[in-house]
Design a binder for this molecule. Sequence first.
Ligand SMILES: Cc1ncc(COP(=O)(O)O)c(C=O)c1O
Length: 439
Amino acid sequence: MSARPLRNIDLDAALADAERRYADANPGSREAFEAACKALPGGNTRSGLYFPPFPLALARGEAARVWDVDGHAYTDFVVEYTAGLYGHSNPAITAAVRRALDDGIVLGGPNRNEARFAEALCARIPSLELVRFCNSGTEANLMALGATRAITGRDKVMAFDGAYHGGVLNFRAGGAPINAPFRFVMARYNDTDATLALIDEHARDLAAIIVEPMIGAGGCIPGDRDFLAGLRAASERHGVILVFDEVMTSRLAPGGLQEAHAITPDMTTLGKYLGGGLSFGAFGGRADIMARFDSRKPGAFPHSGTFNNNVLTMAAGLAGITEVYTPEACDALNAAGDAVRERLNAVMRKHAVAAQVTGRGSMSSVHFRGGEIRSPGDAAQGDMTARALFHIELILRGQYTSRYGMINLSLPMAGPDLDGLVAAVDDVIAEHAPLLAAA
Ligand SMILES: Cc1ncc(COP(=O)(O)O)c(C=O)c1O
């Protein structure tokens, strides 16, 4: 006899039923998945995109919409895990990429856009006095952390349980076994007292603290300003380099969350949408730190990368930040995100289910649990079966969201797209409310 309550057995059955309907509706995606398994372990090359019984195979995208290989259209709230902020076909970005294509794509020298792009980023993000480009957020964090260890002569890095800083800096679910072999000191997000005590304890060996000012992939959990300010003060006190990973969160205010909180870290890492939708990473910060990468100086840190300044990303990124994601556009998108999150929470309250939507601005995450969520550990206590059911049911209603509960906005989204999401969530929750834990 199972000790599980009846409610969860019903939820399992509801999920199995939804997965059956999903599988029946998506034969092309199933076929694509089975074919992919022949050459890709697990049928894909990004673990986070897998969900059972098989992920949707996408054929194309336009503005805020994607189409799968079976011809269904979806409003795209995955937004490429925040990198798709500009949507799928922004005219300024596609024009910039076309111009770059016309001029040759592998120039192998400094090109006409990289310095302008760097300047635009430094003008926008308060902590960036100097910046360097790379190919991904993962790489940006590895470069930043490597630099902090070389500069301080210390070898430990403080990170937070449940945070995600890249494929080899993954602290979700207890940490990935393939993580980069830094010596990590793990702390609990938003737990200021315990974190400060840990910093004091390890200060002599601590090169860096890496933190997202809002935990992104780990559940869209905003950091308290006091917590972030505490990290700033303690890192200053102990000569530890404070790294804000704003790979996701820089989209939440014109100068990133560091500007919104008026807390300036020593270094910042960037990625995602800032490449205009193409592969991108950047790390930067205090001039004295970044000057260590100045190739004119003896003993400069080498930082190479064939595609660091690839012409397509440089062109797309520059057009995006200067022509499209202006401070005004940023403020409007995030206000729309705040409003839709409030509407989604109102739906959860209306149906009296133990579910909530956390986040800030244009990034949100759905959690199937009541009570306050202040750390990824709190989020992990949510009902994952309910979350999976919610995800599949939304897909069946034309709403493409992340299996992790993440719902992101993109610039081309309009009122009817957001109304459509709220209506679909209302419908899913109404249908399954009897199976979900009560608020
Ligand atoms: C906060 C954060 N840092 C770093 C990364 C890694 O970026 P990339 O996928 O470009 O390597 C991610 C990706 O989701 C992220 O969310």
